[in-house]
Design a protein around this ligand. Structure first.
Ligand SMILES: [Zn+2]
Length: 106
C-alpha cells in the first residue's frame, strides 16, 4: 500500500451511524463524509460482489433490501473497516482510502 494509508485524509477520527440511513466519518484532515448506508452496501468490493479478475460488479442492486443497514462495524487493522449488514453479508472490507474516494472529498 502507498504511504497515503497513513495520511490525514484517509485516517478516520470517528466512525458512527448518523441516523438510520447514514454513516458519518470524521477524517483527521477535518473533512466530514456522510454516506448513505445502502450506497455503501452496493459499493462492496468483496469477491462475492465484484469479479476479482475483471472488476465487473456481480451484485444485483435489486437483491439488496431498501432498508439494509449495518449490524456491526469493526476496524480491520489500521486501514479499513469491515461492515456486517442486516442482509447477512459480512465479507465486505472498506479500506479508508476507498471510503474517502467514495465520498468525493479526496
Ligand atoms: Zn460483498
Amino acid at each position: 500500500m502507498p504511504a497515503a494509508a497513513t495520511d490525514d485524509a484517509t485516517t478516520p477520527l470517528s466512525i458512527r451511524q448518523d441516523g438510520p440511513r447514514s454513516l458519518a466519518i470524521e477524517w483527521a484532515d477535518g473533512h466530514r463524509s456522510v454516506y448513505d448506508v445502502r450506497t455503501l452496501r452496493l459499493a462492496c468490493g468483496c469477491a462475492h460482489c465484484v469479479n476479482e479478475w475483471t472488476g465487473e460488479g456481480m451484485l444485483d442492486p435489486a437483491s439488496v433490501p431498501e432498508d439494509v443497514r449495518p449490524v456491526s462495524i469493526r476496524r480491520v487493522g489500521r486501514y479499513a473497516i469491515q461492515i456486517e449488514w442486516s442482509d447477512g453479508h459480512a465479507t465486505g472490507i472498506y479500506p479508508f482510502s476507498r471510503l474517502r474516494r467514495l465520498a468525493g472529498g479526496a
